[in-house]
Write a protein that binds this ligand. Structure first.
Ligand code: CO8
Length: 255
């Protein structure tokens, strides 16, 4: 393919990644997944980056997986497309900094699944959310059936998944599907401010809280506590020493 979909812009310690395929409302195709996979590889070892924001160009965040690409797939090809998308989205969890979805418009189907794979979500008041797969005779394939009930609850998830109802940003906020709603023009500035705030924290601590919290929710409680104990020690004599010394000396830490 002779076009690119992802537009990364590094703004100091924050990477702003715009999904730009507005002619198809940023629908996710194979080009997208190849580019996203390469992009994640390119930033995963970059210690200058402390947060990643993902947003969409135009009136959609992402209007779903590319229906035109999927229409003639066989069951096995469908399974492979699902596996590929799940594997790429799962890589967000492995990044040593938060991945924030800044949802500017439609987040439907695979678009809502992309948003749910991020660490948390900020939405413009004009954003719309839904899992319309059943309208197409399909089910979600990028872990929507798994992440939605974990982020909300079983009944809300089944309500959205079976009715294909499209909800607005405030309803998504009430369901805790998103953490904050902004005016449309404030979406990127406010999300950038939040990301810059995170970038000023101890990078090792941010990496560890993400890792321990994400892994912990998938474990038995006691195992999660043990994981926390294990990593609690890691910053001592290191970043934690600097952070605590800075507090006692009434100065900013120099990470
Ligand atoms: N795939 C491909 N093209 C799309 C998609 C999509 N998901 N969504 C929109 N487009 C295209 C339209 O076909 C149209 O193209 P063209 O101008 O060439 O006709 C262009 O984008 C603009 O769209 P509309 O004219 O429809 O714009 P409207 O403002 O009238 O409507 C909507 C906006 C309501 C968002 C409408 O476009 C829509 O309903 N889109 C489809 C939403 C949808 O059903 N999404 C779910 C897709 S299925 C999915 O995501 C499954 C995920 C798991 C897959 C797992 C792998 C197997």
């Amino acid at each position: 393919m002779d076009y690119t979909i992802l537009r990364p812009e590094q703004k100091g310690p924050v990477m702003l990644l715009t999904i730009s395929r507005p002619s198809a409302l940023n629908a996710l195709n194979s080009v997208f997944f190849n580019e996203m996979d390469d992009f994640i590889t390119s930033i995963s070892g970059n210690s200058e980056i402390r947060a990643l924001i993902i947003t969409g160009e135009g009136k959609a965040f992402v209007a779903g997986a590319d229906i035109a690409e999927m229409v003639n797939m066989s069951p096995d090809e469908g399974r492979a497309f699902s596996a590929r998308g799940q594997a790429v989205f799962n890589r967000f969890a492995t990044l040593p900094f938060p991945v924030i979805a800044a949802i500017n418009g439609f987040a439907l189907g695979g678009g809502m699944e992309l948003a749910m794979a991020c660490d948390f979500r900020i939405a413009s008041a004009t954003a719309r959310f839904g899992q319309p797969e059943v309208n197409l005779g399909l089910i979600p394939g990028y872990a929507g059936t798994q992440r939605l009930p974990r982020l909300t609850n079983l009944a809300d998830a089944l309500w959205l998944l079976t009715t294909a109802e499209v909800i607005d940003a405030n309803t998504a906020l009430q369901m805790r599907l998103v953490q904050k709603v902004t005016e449309p023009e404030a979406l990127i500035p406010e999300t950038m401010k939040m990301a810059e705030n995170i970038a000023a924290k101890g990078p090792m601590a941010v990496k560890l809280v993400k890792e321990v919290t994400r892994k912990g929710v998938e474990m038995h409680y006691q195992e999660g506590e043990l994981l926390e104990q294990k990593h609690f020690g890691d910053p001592f004599g290191n970043e934690g020493l600097e952070g605590m010394k800075a507090f006692l000396e009434k100065r900013k830490p120099n990470w």
